[in-house]
Design a protein around this ligand. Structure first.
Ligand SMILES: *[C@@H]1O[C@H](CO)[C@@H](O)[C@H](O)[C@H]1NC(C)=O
Ligand SMILES: *[C@@H]1O[C@H](CO)[C@@H](O)[C@H](O)[C@H]1NC(C)=O
Ligand SMILES: *[C@@H]1O[C@H](CO)[C@@H](O)[C@H](O)[C@H]1NC(C)=O
Ligand SMILES: *[C@@H]1O[C@H](CO)[C@@H](O)[C@H](O)[C@H]1NC(C)=O
Ligand SMILES: *[C@@H]1O[C@H](CO)[C@@H](O)[C@H](O)[C@H]1NC(C)=O
Ligand SMILES: *[C@@H]1O[C@H](CO)[C@@H](O)[C@H](O)[C@H]1NC(C)=O
Ligand SMILES: *[C@@H]1O[C@H](CO)[C@@H](O)[C@H](O)[C@H]1NC(C)=O
Length: 464
């Protein structure tokens, strides 16, 4: 048998291609996994210090939980992920100014009274029955007294050892112990996205709705910082452009070898596999066992990561015709404890600055597929619309313009694991096998807290 000249040529070019691809090796001071708030701020700080880096991001764009939609044919942008930025617990907005300042993105304050989203009507999204005249307390003074006992819940996951036992109570028991019943509905929605809030250890609720969060709610506070253009993704898009080939977007980590002297990663990029050699790896993605599968976990790492459960949080911009002007719809149980909604379900449907376009937030206590969430969002909107209009049958079906999947959200462990010292063991992984960690799991979910803590983590990583 004889090779045809054509096949032979193909064979030759394929084999030389393989040689070229295998030879693609780059060396960087730091490799960062994840192009969200933690990863992009870390990269920005490294660039300012003259260090070399790559950022590996599986999506096509940087931004993490920050997502912005542009209405086609216009310059109107709508943020449907991260909405705004609260201060640090000392009242400082400095790290926010530095993040946006690094990319020349104008920002302005928005007082909490300006963040409306429409006048809420409360419905039980199981029966679509309206809770007429539903009210709840927004007096958080008793809750604040509790939060103030734990100042360290404002920056990183470390707690004193042993962890105070109140923090390991289920939030439901914590509420009863400190008579916070009248505030639960408010806290639940302030800390939206946690999943089954009452059964979570109180630690996670207090960390989410911490003193910094409470500060931004004070009438005397300037409130939140937002981008003046309503485009929170802008600094991320600019960072991605600025980093050029050091922004490996659309890229998946294939395999990793780590030891105390350094790290070698193989990454599948849109232009082929790439090997990165680096003395330091910074992981900013949620460290679930499935996300960390390619990272050659040792037993201490996999023992910790395998304890994580997580909630699901999903957001969508939906074009809906026929809803009453300026009304928003919030899920409240008619017969549930503290009127909390039963998940999985739509949390709220709120207005945006574009008439007819609504921001829909959806929550689950665990995994859900994107298809199931999208289908439930559309069917819930149709049922709400049928409940509030008489001509719903003649209206166009709701159409999802943009969808954001924030699963896995709020990684958490059980009260027993927390009591056994989980958070300090997790923090103890910093530097283990040349690997450091940042991101919401390590710093709390507020972007401001993520940025402040990331700065300290980067400094200690470089000093090691
Ligand atoms: C959008 O903004 C760009 C740049 O400022 C401008 O050139 C363009 O005309 C604008 N488009 C619309 C539809 O307003
Ligand atoms: C607030 O804390 C940050 C970070 O710890 C610090 O850089 C800043 O100087 C502090 N600002 C004030 C006003 O205390
Ligand atoms: C709601 O409040 C209005 C005005 O206070 C009252 O007339 C009405 O009966 C109330 N409805 C219900 C269902 O309680
Ligand atoms: C550490 O890993 C690197 C990269 O895989 C390898 O070259 C080196 O020999 C390893 N060092 C030790 C001490 O195992
Ligand atoms: C919303 O749907 C209506 C009716 O189909 C359409 O005219 C309008 O352009 C849509 N708006 C957006 C922002 O897609
Ligand atoms: C809806 O809200 C906007 C902004 O607050 C306001 O300007 C407008 O008058 C309201 N429309 C109605 C019908 O209430
Ligand atoms: C900022 O982070 C550092 C390091 O984690 C921490 O010591 C400091 O208290 C934080 N500042 C604020 C205001 O949260």
């Amino acid at each position: 048998m004889q090779f045809s000249p054509t096949l032979w040529l193909i064979y030759l070019s394929l084999s030389s291609l393989c040689v070229t691809l295998a030879a693609q090796v780059i060396h960087k001071d730091v490799a960062i996994i994840g192009g969200g708030a933690a990863g992009v701020w870390a990269a920005t700080l490294l660039e300012q210090m003259g260090k070399s880096f790559v950022v590996v991001e599986k999506e096509a764009h940087f931004g993490g939980h920050t997502e912005t939609y542009t209405i086609p044919g216009t310059n109107t942008t709508l943020d449907y992920g991260v909405q705004g930025y609260s201060p640090l617990v000392n009242g400082s907005y400095d790290v926010i100014e530095r993040f946006f300042g690094a990319y020349d993105v104008p920002i302005s304050y928005i007082h909490r009274t300006e963040t409306s989203g429409g006048t809420p009507r409360y419905f039980d999204f199981r029966t679509y029955q309206e809770l007429k005249n539903f009210t709840y307390s927004t007096d958080l003074s008793k809750y604040t007294t509790q939060v103030d006992k734990y100042p360290y819940l404002n920056f990183q996951v470390q707690t004193p050892s042993p962890i105070p036992s109140d923090l390991t109570l289920s939030f439901g028991d914590f509420v009863k112990k400190y008579s916070l019943q009248s505030s639960v509905f408010d806290i639940y929605y302030q800390a939206e996205g946690l999943g089954d809030t009452l059964s979570l250890p109180a630690y996670y609720v207090l960390r989410e709705m911490n003193a910094a969060h409470l500060l931004a709610l004070q009438p005397s506070s300037p409130g939140l910082l937002v981008t003046t253009a309503g485009d929170n993704q802008e600094p991320y898009i600019k960072a991605q452009a600025k980093f050029g080939t050091d922004a490996l977007v659309g890229s998946m980590v294939q395999s990793v070898h780590r030891n105390d002297s350094g790290v070698e990663l193989t990454v599948n990029t849109p232009s082929g596999p790439l090997t990165i050699r680096t003395p330091k790896l910074l992981v900013t993605i949620p460290p679930t066992t499935s996300n960390m599968e390619p990272f050659d976990l040792d037993s201490s790492e996999s023992n910790l990561f395998s304890k994580f459960a997580y909630s699901g949080w999903f957001v969508a911009l939906v074009n809906i015709t026929g809803l009453p002007v300026n009304a928003s719809f919030q899920n409240a149980g008619t017969d549930t404890l503290y009127n909390l909604p039963q998940l999985p379900a739509v949390y709220q449907i709120t207005t945006t600055k574009v008439s007819g376009v609504y921001l829909v937030r959806y929550g689950s206590a665990g995994y859900m597929s994107t298809d199931d969430v999208r289908a439930d969002i559309v069917s819930s909107i149709e049922k709400i619309r049928a409940a509030v209009t008489s001509n719903a049958g003649y209206l166009a079906a709701p159409s999802i313009l943009a969808f954001g999947n924030h699963l896995p959200y709020t990684l958490h462990v059980t009260s027993a694991d927390l009591a056994a010292g989980f958070d300090n063991q997790l923090w103890g992984l910093q530097g283990h096998r040349s690997t450091w960690y940042s991101g919401a799991t390590f710093t709390g979910s507020s972007s401001t807290d993520v940025w402040n803590a990331t700065q300290a983590i980067v400094a200690s990583m470089l000093a090691a």
